[in-house]
Structure formats: C-alpha cells, structure tokens
Ligand binder design. Structure first.
Ligand code: OAD
Length: 232
C-alpha cells in the first residue's frame, strides 16, 4: 500500500463525459434558466413545481448515465491509497458510488434523496418523473424538496469538517472537473496548498485554481485521471 495521503475534490466536469450537463458553460442551461436561478431556496419558495421539473430532468439524465473512466480511475486510486484516500464530491448524482467509490463525502447532498419541509423526514426517492409536482411527503403529506445544498445554504457540517481535515493533512490534493468558483468547496485546495500539499488540477479549461496548482493536467477527467494514476 502507498503511504501517500491523497484527497480528491470532484465537480460536475467529471460527470460531463457521462452525459450530465455541467452547471456553468454552454451545457448548463435548462429552458433558458441558469442553475443559479433554480438551485436556491427563493426559487423553490416561488415555484417549487418548476424547480422540481428541473430536478426530475436532471434525474432522468443521471438515471441513463453510466460512470465513466474518470469515476473508475478514482476507484483505482482509492484501491491504491487505501485508508490514505478521501474523495470529496460536490456532485449530487451518485455516480462515484455507482462506480464503486467507498471512501467519499458528499458536500452538496444527493439528488436521489428528499427532505420534508414540514416533518423533516429524509428518504430515498428514485422517481425520474411525476405527474404530481411538487411531490408530497410520504410520512405527513407536506412539501418535500431535493436533499441537496442550494446557493446560500450551509453545507452538511460533518462532511465539510471531514473535507477540511483531509485538505489540511494530505500530501496531494487533486481537483477534478470543477470550476473552482463555489465556496466553501473552492477553498479546500487553498487550505491544502497552505499546509504544504501539492495541488493538482485536472480540467480542460483554466480556472482560478490554475494559478496556484503545482501540476496542471489540461485534459478531460477520463484521460486526466489515467495520467494521474501513471504519475503516482
Ligand atoms: P461547473 O459547471 O461550475 O464547472 C464544471 C467544470 O468542469 C468547468 O471548469 C469545466 O471546464 C470542467 N469540465 C467540463 N468538461 C470536463 C471534463 N470532461 N473533464 C473535466 N472537467 C471538465 O461545476 P462545479 O464546479 O461542480 O452546487 O460547480 C460547483 C457547484 O456549483 C455545484 O456543485 C453546484 C453548482 O451550482 C450547488 O448546486 C450548490
């Protein structure tokens, strides 16, 4: 087993090759809405059915998608580093788990879970369409929302704590397929760098993180993660 301690942060870019649109950039639009206009508590309050339609659309794409070489490569990295590995994802699609990743924390929740705004029940809901939107809670009939983090909301405390701990103590921090714009996730590579870790960026495009990255792999995730595996 390798004694190198590694943390990997992933964003929507890693799932792009599985056919799931990223949030920013050309593929990010849905019926002329931007993610920032839909993924907010205010948007949900104003029009929960519209927000749910968007999530059902995303769910239907995710349900059809398969994990790609990027996801699978990170499973290999986990096998290589064992207990010295943590995957931190901003993705809510569950593709890392479907690929076989085990040591991971989800910073932005999971699209396949719902949470009731009345009774607080949290449960799996794998429907990809419904005649009746917004859905009602199976426990109390109240309004349910996707159990994901929206703009302006706090991240799950334990997941964020774990992510910060790993960023502070790893030897290598790898950022894969994220625009590095959304905080607090975007802060993690900076924490790692400050504590002396080598920072690697895998992204076909330049991001704000590129300025401080020690190694830049300008490739899509599928090729980039392969290259990383060869380097380690
Ligand atoms: P973004 O849509 O902001 O950024 C996607 C990034 O992936 C961009 O930097 C692209 O250059 C890159 N990319 C595109 N194709 C790629 C590929 N094949 N391989 C690798 N990289 C590729 O997505 P995130 O950074 O994940 O949060 O966005 C962060 C958060 O903002 C999301 O979790 C979500 C969003 O709004 C919430 O909803 C709270």
């Amino acid at each position: 087993m390798n004694s190198l301690k590694g943390a990997v942060l992933t964003g929507a870019g890693i799932s792009a090759e599985s056919g799931i649109p990223t949030f920013r950039g050309d593929g990010g639009l849905w019926r002329n809405f931007r993610a920032e206009e839909l993924a907010t508590p205010t948007a949900f309050k104003k029009n929960p059915a519209l927000v749910w339609e968007w999530y059902m659309w995303r769910r239907s794409l995710i349900a059809k998608a398969k994990p790609n070489e990027g996801h699978l490569g990170l499973v290999e990295l986990e096998e290589k580093l064992g207990d010295n590995f943590l995957l931190i994802t901003q993705n809510v699609d569950g593709l890392h788990q479907r690929a076989g990743s085990k040591r991971l924390v989800e910073l932005h929740g999971n699209i396949w879970r719902v949470r009731c705004l009345s009774c607080g029940a949290v449960y799996q809901d794998e429907r990809v369409q419904s005649e009746d939107l917004p859905p009602s809670c199976r426990e109390c009939g109240g309004l349910v929302r996707p159990d994901v983090v929206w703009f302006g909301e706090a991240l799950p405390e334990e997941a964020l704590k774990t992510a910060i701990l790993w960023a502070s103590s790893c030897d290598i921090f790898v950022s894969v397929g994220t625009s590095a714009l959304v905080y607090p996730a975007a802060q993690l590579p900076y924490i790692a760098k400050e504590k002396g870790a080598k920072v690697v960026e895998i992204n076909p495009e330049e991001t704000p993180l590129s300025k401080i990255a020690d190694i830049i792999i300008r490739e899509p995730a599928s090729k980039g993660v392969r290259k990383l595996l060869q380097m380690l």
